[in-house]
Every structure is written in C-alpha cells, then in structure tokens.
Design a protein around this ligand. Structure first.
Ligand SMILES: [Zn+2]
Length: 607
C-alpha cells in the first residue's frame, strides 16, 4: 500500500550536473524568489539572458538586489531531483507552456506508456504527481508494465553469470517477428518471462510455419485454378460456416484485447485459430481443392480460406509486421491493385455478426476433442492411422452432445479411419474402472478416519464414483455416520479397457476403438500404405500436384492382392492413369520398401 503511505518527496539534490533549482535567496534576510521563465529572470537581472546556458556554473552567476533589504540574491546551490525531469517530460518535450500549446493539448494525457515494473515508484508516479499538481489530472490513461526477462532456465540474467542473451543473436537467427510474437504470447507483460533463442525459435516451429504452410497450400492451388472473385458469403458447407464463425469470434476477441492494451490476449487466440485452420479446416477441406472441375463448393472453399488468411494477416499486423505484409502483398495486392498499398494502411477487420454461430463452434470443438481422444485410443492399441479399424464408439456428456455426434458421424469416421461410428450404450460397455482412495491425501486430511472412509468408498459403485470424479466432481461418502466430500485429487481412478477395445478418456468423454483386424481391414491398410509410398515418390520425383502418372509395381503376394482389390482407390488417390504389375522400365523414379511383412518395388513415370 505504497501510495497511501507515501511520504514527502524531497525536491532538491546536492549535485552539480542536472537541472538547477530556479530558486534565489537573499544572503542577508533569506527572502526567496522562484523564477518561472527566462523572461522573468532577464527582468530581475536587468539584462537579456535569452542565450544563457541555464545550467551550472553559468546560471549561478546571475544576481540581483533583494526587494526587501537590497541584499544580494544568489541561486540556492541544489539541483532538482531527476524524477522531476522525467515527470515533466510531457511538458518539456514541447517547451510547453511557452510554445506548442495546441500540439500539447492533442497529445495529453497520453494513451499509454510502457516501461518495466521498477518504474512504478519512479516514472509512472512522477508523471502523475506533476500532472496532478499542474492540472489536477492524470498524465497517461494506460500502463503496459513489463516484468523481468529471465534466461531460458528462469534465472535472472547477469553479466557475471554469463547468461545474458544477446538480442542480435536472436534477431539474426529467428527474425524480429518471432522475437516480438514470443514476448507477446509467452506471459502477460507484467509477469517475469523466460527468454532464450530456442524459445523464440519455437514460435517459428509452432506458429509461423503452421500459418506459412496453410498460406502456401492456398497459393499452390490458387495458382493452378485461378479462382474468380474471392468475396465470401454465408456458405452452405459446414466447414466454411464453422471457419467463418470462428474467424469472426477471433476478430472480436483480438480487437477487444487490443482496445484493452492486452497484448497477450490479442495474440494467443490467433495461434489457437491458426492451429484449427491448419489441423481441421485445411485437412478436412483438402479434397475440395483437389477436385478437377471447378464448382460452387470449390469456389466457396477458396473464398473462405482466402478470407481467413487475409484477416489473420491484418490481425497479426501490429505484432508480426513483416510476415503480415508478405501475406497481404501476395494475397491482396497482387490481385487487386486498388487495395490499400500495405497491410498497415488497410482497415482493421470488422466483426460480421451474422457469421458467428456459437453452437456450431461448440459442436465442432466437441468433434475435434472426440477425434483427438480416438487417436489417443488408437495409439494405446498401437495401430497406425492408415490401418482402418472396424468401429469407434463414444460416450459423451449430454443430449446436445449426442446430437452433435450423430450429425458428424461421417467426419469422425473419416478422421479416425474407422468403418463405423456409434454411441456407447454406456461407458461401461468398453471400459471399467478401479477406484483407489489415496492414503497420503486422505490420511493427511482426515487422520484416523481414513480407514473408515476408504472402506466406504470401496463399498460404493466403482463406475458411479469414477464417472463423478473423472468429470471433476466431488463424491459424498458416508463413513461411521458422518458425511465426507471426497475430491477428485484424493482418489486414483484407473481405467481398464474391456477385451477387444482400446480406450481413452477425458472427463465425461470416452472413446473406444474396436481393435480386432479382419483380413479385409488388413488389405485396406496395405492399400493405404502403398498409396503413401507413391505420394512420397511423387514428391521425390518433383511432380506438380496435378501431374498424372503411370505406375509399375512389383509386390509380395499379400500386398499385390491388396493393390488389386483397391486398384480404383489407389489410381484415384495417386492420379495414376495406368497401374501395371511387373518390373518398372528404365528411367522411372523408384521406391523399394518393406512394411507389415510385405515387400514392394514401385516406379512411376509422368504421363
Ligand atoms: Zn533580503
């Protein structure tokens, strides 16, 4: 409570260099005068002092006769405290009130100032103190206060420890955009934050490259298709509607954060959006861009992705000015010469309220969550994503979520590469639970009551206890005639998948995959493995995304049978006009590989 206990501020300092106190004193009667301007000083001294250097020693040579006793007036030798100089900055910078009165009025009080936390008692305070004395008003409206910057291990940087990070090393390695973005997103500015070249490099890996890959995906296909007007309309495709809804929520959030001088919340949500844009929208929409024919759906995909990228460029412009400009120049200026010259001159994006559909956002969040849970279950079963599985079954929280699941069966089946998606009749169909009251937590809390509590918990229905605790709720337990509220962190809940299932859980959500493989599923998995190797081969052969090829295959019996069964799928996926078995002819790009106990030699030729 420093401010209300504030003590008097001694204005003078016994120093030589600095701003002299403008106070003169009579040597005889101690009468004092404070001088307010050079003009006033000149009048008192009886000579023109316009050219006088107002510092010591020159100003100390100015004297006049005391108006009370005719003694000699001499300047007191003290200086004024430097914080008074700092606090006078808003006036001093304009030589106010002697000049620039209009300019001063348009700039005072300041919108915001920014300095480290140690300026709270220094500059932040002296600015307000002086403006309160002069105008009974504040000097600035907002402060962005910066915490200390620590090294990568959280230690204070110091020269003697040698753990100082040279900013130029970081700038040269990762660029100014990543540097800024890290500082904005790492922690709110007032908190201490770790800093190292590697942490800034992580921005490139986790954010910049993700955004760049989406951008480069768009540019690759747009250059092939040359889509017409890219104005976006309320589309019919669920993915487009969802992306535009998320985008407008993002614009709303980021704008609000910037208006509140909240750099962290103006940047972090963009990262989350770009992640969804990349791992969900582009992944799920990829095929819409691959289609040969151009149609309304393809056009809608182009317009939606273009709008998202241009809007993101504008939203990151204050924080990542160079990347934003690069995106904008190519996405906007190269196709529209009448557009503002730079992203930094473009209008800030406006929220289009009719595009926002919160229930759709919730629905898609749930689907993404279930898919990621499904992938976690698959990992436990150690089955590659390319291996189709018979079934994924889910347990969700409420009727709205059950409906959302039903609406998105196809999406989930496609993402998880399963033949069938359904609701579990009950979570217990795929998983059972063991609950174990923890002696350390409960013993510490309840002492000798622990054995009775433990016994009571174990006597309850384990599934009901587990479900409540996994959902983050407490469980009421009666032991020795008393009620206890047992918390989730006080009981270990262990899940056991039932025979034939691989299971992953997250709160009230359960994903269960049927892990048994039929010969048909194995064949389909092999066909997908084969397609992946051909796609890699297309890349190493440096083919364009639309190039047609001819395929030559030598394969062991199981793989050959799979390729024959799924020939249509394979040729469509790889843009092969012909697939023949036998040794690849000379001068074809080749791949040789072994997987899942099968052998493959394949070659391709551009046709
Ligand atoms: Zn006097």
């Amino acid at each position: 409570n420093w401010l209300s206990n504030n003590i008097d501020w001694s204005l003078s300092r016994e120093r030589y260099w600095g701003t002299p106190l403008p106070v003169w004193e009579c040597a005889d009667c101690k009468h004092r005068e404070c001088v307010g301007s050079v003009k006033e000083l000149s009048e008192k001294a009886g000579r023109d002092l316009t050219e006088l250097d107002l510092h010591r020693p020159y100003v100390d040579n100015v004297h006049w006769k005391c108006s009370k006793c005719s003694g000699k007036m001499a300047r007191v030798l003290d200086l004024i405290d430097v914080w008074f100089d700092s606090g006078s900055m808003p006036y001093a910078q304009w030589h106010y009130p002697f000049e620039n009165q209009d300019k001063f009025k348009t700039q005072f009080p300041a919108d915001y100032i920014c300095e480290a936390v140690d300026q709270t008692r220094g500059w932040f305070y002296s600015l307000h103190a002086i403006s309160t004395l002069l105008n009974e008003d504040i000097s600035f409206k907002n402060v962005i206060c910066l915490g200390l910057i620590l090294d990568g291990e959280g230690q204070k940087m110091s020269k003697s420890k040698g753990n100082i990070v040279n900013p130029w090393d970081v700038l040269n390695a990762h660029g100014a955009d990543a540097f800024r973005w890290y500082l904005y997103t790492a922690t709110p500015p007032g908190q201490e934050r770790r800093f190292s070249s590697d942490l800034v490099g992580e921005v490139i890996r986790s954010f910049t490259l993700t955004l760049w890959n989406v951008y480069s995906f768009f540019v690759t296909y747009a250059n092939l298709d040359k889509p017409a007007a890219l104005t976006v309309t309320a589309g019919t495709n669920d993915l487009d509607r969802w992306l535009l809804s998320e985008l407008n929520v993002l614009v709303r959030e980021v704008t609000k954060a910037y208006e509140n001088y909240d750099a962290t919340n103006a940047t972090r949500p963009v990262e989350a959006f770009v992640e969804k844009l990349s791992t969900w929208y582009v992944r799920r929409s990829r095929r819409r861009f691959w289609k040969n024919e151009s149609g309304a759906d393809k056009q809608a995909a182009y317009s939606t992705l273009h709008t998202a990228l241009v809007t993101v460029a504008k939203l990151i412009a204050p924080a990542m000015p160079f990347l934003a400009e690069e995106l904008y120049q190519n996405l906007v200026r190269s196709v529209d010469a009448s557009a503002p010259e730079s992203v930094h001159l473009a209008e800030w994006p406006a929220v289009v309220d009719e595009f926002v559909d919160e229930s759709l956002n919730r629905e898609m969040d749930l689907i993404m969550r279930l898919v990621s849970l499904g992938h976690a279950a698959r990992q436990k079963a150690n089955r590659k994503v390319r291996q189709p599985l018979a079934e994924a079954a889910f347990s969700v929280g409420n009727p709205a979520e059950r409906k959302a699941l039903a609406n998105n069966i196809d999406v989930i089946a496609d993402e998880l590469n399963v033949k069938q998606v359904r609701l579990l009749d009950a979570a217990t169909e795929a998983v059972s639970h063991i609950v174990k009251p923890l002696p350390k937590q409960l013993g510490q809390k309840y002492g000798n009551k622990f054995p009775a509590i433990q016994k009571a918990v174990l006597a309850m229905n384990a599934e009901e206890v587990a479900r409540a605790l996994l959902s983050g709720n407490a469980v009421a337990v009666k032991a020795d005639g008393e009620m206890y509220n047992i918390l989730p962190e006080e009981v270990e809940v262990r899940a056991q998948a039932r025979e034939g299932f691989a299971v992953a859980e997250d709160g009230p959500y359960v994903a269960a995959l049927v892990t048994e493989l039929t010969p048909e599923l194995v064949q389909e998995g092999l066909a997908r493995e084969f397609v992946r190797r051909v796609q890699d081969l297309r890349k190493t052969a440096d083919l364009d995304v639309a190039d047609r090829i001819e395929l030559f295959v030598e394969a062991s019996a199981g793989l050959k049978a799979a390729i024959v069964t799924h020939k249509e799928y394979i040729t469509a996926e790889t843009l092969a006009t012909k697939l023949s078995f036998g040794a690849p002819p000379a001068r074809t790009s080749l791949v040789e590989d072994e997987f899942d106990g099968e052998k493959l030699k394949a070659g391709l030729k551009k046709v």
